[in-house]
Design a protein around this ligand. Sequence first.
Ligand SMILES: Cc1cc2nc3c(=O)[nH]c(=O)nc-3n(C[C@H](O)[C@H](O)[C@H](O)COP(=O)(O)OP(=O)(O)OC[C@H]3O[C@@H](n4cnc5c(N)ncnc54)[C@H](O)[C@@H]3O)c2cc1C
Length: 392
Amino acid sequence: MAFKFKNVDFIGFDAMLSEDERLVRDTARRFIDDNLIPIIEECNREGRFPRELVKPMGEMGFFGANLHGYGCAGMSNVEYGLVTQEMERGDSGIRSFVSVQSALVMYPIYTFGSDEQKNTWLPAMAKGEKLGCFGLTEPGFGSNPGGMTTVARKSGDEFILNGEKMWITSGNIADVAVIWAKVEDKDHKVRGFLVETDRPGFRAYEVHGKWSLRASVTSGLSLQDVHIPATNLLPGTGGLKSPLMCLNQARYGISWGAIGAAMSCYDTALQYAKARKQFHNQPIASHQLIQDKLVWMVTEISKAQLLSLQVGRLKDAGTVGHQHISMAKRNNVWMALECARISRDILGANGITEDYPIMRHMMNLESVKTYEGTHDIHALIIGQHITGSGAY
Ligand SMILES: Cc1cc2nc3c(=O)[nH]c(=O)nc-3n(C[C@H](O)[C@H](O)[C@H](O)COP(=O)(O)OP(=O)(O)OC[C@H]3O[C@@H](n4cnc5c(N)ncnc54)[C@H](O)[C@@H]3O)c2cc1C
């Protein structure tokens, strides 16, 4: 049976955090232990998003946590990262939901929106009364969103949107979609639009048959002659840089989240290895090969903690570069997926069951490796930064 999580702090990481940062993390940790852990295996098995947790998460200040004003918690970026770590220690699907609500919907409204848009959406979204989704990816354009074919045509004081979006987290439960589209004028610039999901011509359909992120809603979106007022354009958006700024926010949270999933797997494997006996009535933890695996994991988790903390400190100082965030996302998700695979191995046959969280984390992390820029696309981003040559 699953074990109660114990902290992972090999290198005195906790001592590098401020009292406030530890308090935020411990509060999020308790929330996840009390509210998500007891139901997550059922949610995963049934493919059910635990909607009952939305309001309590809003009350905890988990939505738009690093934004200031509009009822948001105004956390530092390190504090926000520690929250996403705890979310994903519970489940990547729940962390995905929070990342989309916070980094991909509230952040663009906060950064690119008019005062009216901010006042309409942000307080309600912070409370979880309104939910959002982010429509960038299309059936034909994933890693290369610049190829998108969704268009917005200006007509009087309206825009008319047409196109298809795919793999959109929370699409079916959203009240508002941030839709990225090319404006049909001489510039053909990508701009962001707020589309209320009850508008005629807007349709969301759920993607079924996923073996990953089963506790998160994933949707396709179809927009056919969707009329929106011109005031629904996010006025500060202009070019592909705008959605990429949102993705950077989300990728930063993912880099911490992956540490949470890795911690869950490692801690489970460690506790299991101490309890499970094979050969001469000895715990498997006493065998050298098992110890080598545990050591690999705790080393990589410790390195990832340092990387994310430094990236968070740079972000709080306003000096972080997108290449730093790419490195943290790429490394930490890879590391977490390896930890899941190694931990599954340590649990033997028990590792494939839902009695332990490992296989669920492993399946979830396959999506996390792909979305928000695939592992290889982040290699190309970092490669371009250090060589000056784009290799896409
Ligand atoms: C569960 C889930 C939720 C998601 N949620 C959202 C969401 O809320 N909103 C949203 O907009 N999108 C979302 N996505 C989409 C996600 O961002 C895309 O899947 C991702 O960008 C990759 O695009 P793709 O799947 O089309 O893969 P492709 O771009 O087709 O890539 C396929 C493979 O080719 C590789 N590749 C591509 N180009 C190159 C190159 N130039 N050089 C070398 N290798 C290359 C990639 O690394 C990858 O291995 C989600 C995806 C999933 C799985």
